[in-house]
Ligand binder design. Structure first.
Ligand code: HAS
Length: 548
């Protein structure tokens, strides 16, 4: 009998292994989110054996680092396998090694957090100190991803060799760019973990250079957020057009956007450190300028999406600038979830530009505003896109159908997420503007404003967070259905073709030495002198302390 799956059995199994971990992480991490908002509302107290910082660490690490990484790698492996013709045995074996290394690291880090030995939040800022096993676990997660990255580079190169003169598949190209950015960026966090944190946690050295470790973290931390975003962009550019029945507006524009994101995602980490002493203002200024440059590829993406929707709308008889809105498949959860994600990216992106603007950053830094910002970007734009992907990817890998009933639940899920996030993230932004600090169970302590109003914001966050929790439960039910119970059948793996009106894609896009050279050049330009400064003028190192 012909297989009902969209990939070979072996590749489907590999991708699904990533998905299982991702959805367990969603359940654990989002449940902690519920506990957080309830505790912060002041109406609920955590049991004495559970600390706020412990659950905040579980929430940040498990959602921000584990769920995202496993989902993204699973999705990118799937789209590369689909568009290039599948992995060979060696490639698959390397990918499995990566998977197990990441999983071992995840279990090690999670165990330490649950034992309350690593309540250091997802940024693990020194001088907060965790058990050494936590750092080793995090290092393993990163190293594991390098294996998968290597597989993607190898498969892309093999496609080129086997199909000389042919344009490489867009999704494979995008996966390669994403992993290149990731590999270059993750060297920073790997360095601080291996050479600073592990020796310090083991007691081999007494103190740590805090500014150096934070700088190396943010060298990685900003590209980390683009590592979350780029797979969503892959879906928007290469899959969304197919779902609405249209075509890719321009293959070259999509590739160019990704190359710009590769260049400018990394040399911008200082915009997370604008209020930090010890970094020369000139270099902060320079990285703020580069941050404004990295906004451009997102603007190009918005343009490209509008063009895609409008072109399809006109094909279906729509008139005017926004006539396409009436022609979109609103009842299809595969479309609705990512589309709502895009809508949320408009205020989410605007908030990012506010954060990056030095003077305004002084108002919002370390306040609940920032928490509101990343719940719009990663927790809504990216997550709703990932949920939209799940609706077709999982059944297409398990040989099942995304039924009408599940589609209805997908629409309910999108609505719950959008309503919950509007309330929660809106209240976070407001409270932040009034100075409410982030990362605290007592965000009202700085209350020079009316503390009664502050309590109101926290109750609003609890209401929004509870709706989100319901949304998460619905998503888990859909996932379990699609993985194990939905009726057998063949679900499409939707991949769009390029519009006939698009220009031919120039060959220069495959000039990897050029792209890597420019990326490394920009990194050296933005970081060499400030890093030398930071190391040469380092104050005495800090001893570690623990939050519990
Ligand atoms: Fe950010 C802090 C600046 C994007 C995530 N960010 C964070 C943190 C996270 C995060 C997790 O400069 C907190 C880290 C921590 O724990 O401390 N961010 C930016 C800027 C952008 C940006 C300039 N951030 C993101 C994305 C994230 C993310 C994406 C996750 C995925 N962010 C900052 C700064 C800070 C920061 C500072 C530090 C703050 C501090 O002081 O601590 C830009 O990349 C945004 C560009 C985006 C746009 C939007 C384009 C819109 C599109 C949608 C089109 C819609 C359509 C539908 C087509 C310009 C593409 C339309 C339909 C209709 C019907 C209208």
């Amino acid at each position: 009998m012909k297989s009902l799956k969209s990939l070979s059995n072996q590749d489907a199994r590999l991708v699904m292994a990533h998905m299982y971990v991702a959805f367990v992480a969603l359940f654990v991490g989002a449940s902690m989110g519920l506990l957080q908002v309830l505790e912060r509302s002041g109406k609920f107290t955590l049991p004495s054996w559970l600390s706020y910082y412990q659950i905040l660490t579980v929430h940040g690490v498990i959602l921000g680092l584990v769920l995202t990484t496993f989902f993204i790698l699973g999705f990118m492996l799937a789209s590369q396998s689909k568009t290039t013709g599948g992995f060979n045995k060696t490639e698959r074996t390397i990918a499995w090694i990566g998977f197990w290394v990441m999983l071992t690291g995840t279990i090690a880090a999670a165990t330490m957090i649950l034992l309350n030995e690593a309540s250091v939040l997802f940024t693990f800022y020194a001088p907060l100190q965790a058990h050494v096993v936590f750092y080793i676990g995090m290092a393993l997660v990163i190293i594991g991803t390098w294996f998968d990255g290597f597989v993607m580079f190898k498969r892309h190169a093999r496609f080129k060799k086997e199909n000389p003169g042919e344009r490489t598949p867009l999704l494979s190209f995008m996966g390669v760019v994403t992993m290149l950015m990731w590999q270059i960026a993750s060297l920073g966090v790997a360095f601080t973990v291996v050479f600073q944190m592990i020796p310090w946690a083991l007691g081999w050295v007494e103190t740590i250079d805090v500014l150096l470790s934070r700088t190396l973290f943010w060298y990685f931390g900003h590209p980390l957020v683009y590592f979350w975003l780029l797979p969503a962009y892959m879906m928007w550019y290469a899959i969304m057009p197919k779902i609405i029945g249209g075509k890719i507006f321009s293959d070259s524009l999509a590739r160019f956007t990704f190359i710009l994101l590769l260049f400018f995602s990394i040399p911008v980490g200082f915009h997370h450190q604008l209020t930090e002493p010890g970094i020369d203002p000139f270099w902060k200024y320079l990285q703020v300028v580069l941050t404004m440059v990295v906004v451009i590829p997102s603007m190009m993406t918005a343009f490209s999406m509008f063009a895609t929707f409008e072109a399809r709308g006109r094909e279906l008889g729509a008139k005017g600038l926004f006539g396409w809105i009436k022609k979109m498949p609103w009842k299809d959860a595969r479309f609705l979830a990512p589309f709502v994600g895009m809508l949320f990216f408009i205020p989410g992106g605007a908030g990012g530009i506010i954060n990056a603007s030095n003077q305004m950053n002084q108002v919002v830094h370390n306040t609940m505003w920032v928490t509101g910002h990343f719940h719009l970007t990663v927790a809504t734009t990216v997550m709703l896109t990932f949920f939209g992907i799940t609706y077709w990817l999982v059944p297409s890998l398990t040989g099942r159908k995304f039924t009408k009933t599940m589609n209805k639940w997908g629409i309910v899920q999108t609505a719950l997420w959008a309503i919950g996030m509007t309330i929660m993230s809106g209240a976070m932004h407001w409270q932040g503007l009034l100075g409410g600090p982030r990362r605290s169970a007592y965000s009202e302590y700085a209350g020079n404003a009316d503390t009664a109003a502050w309590g109101g914001y926290q109750i609003a966050q609890a209401i929004g967070g509870s709706i989100l929790f319901l949304g998460m439960i619905v998503m888990i039910i859909i996932f379990i259905n699609l993985a194990f119970f939905a009726p057998k059948g063949k679900e499409e793996f939707p991949i769009a073709v390029v519009s006939d009106k698009a220009e031919r894609t120039p060959k220069v896009f495959e000039n990897w030495p050029l792209w890597i050279g420019i990326t490394v050049g920009l990194v050296l330009f933005a970081y060499t002198i400030p890093l030398i400064d930071i190391i040469q003028s380092a104050p005495p190192g800090a001893k570690g302390y623990k939050l519990w």
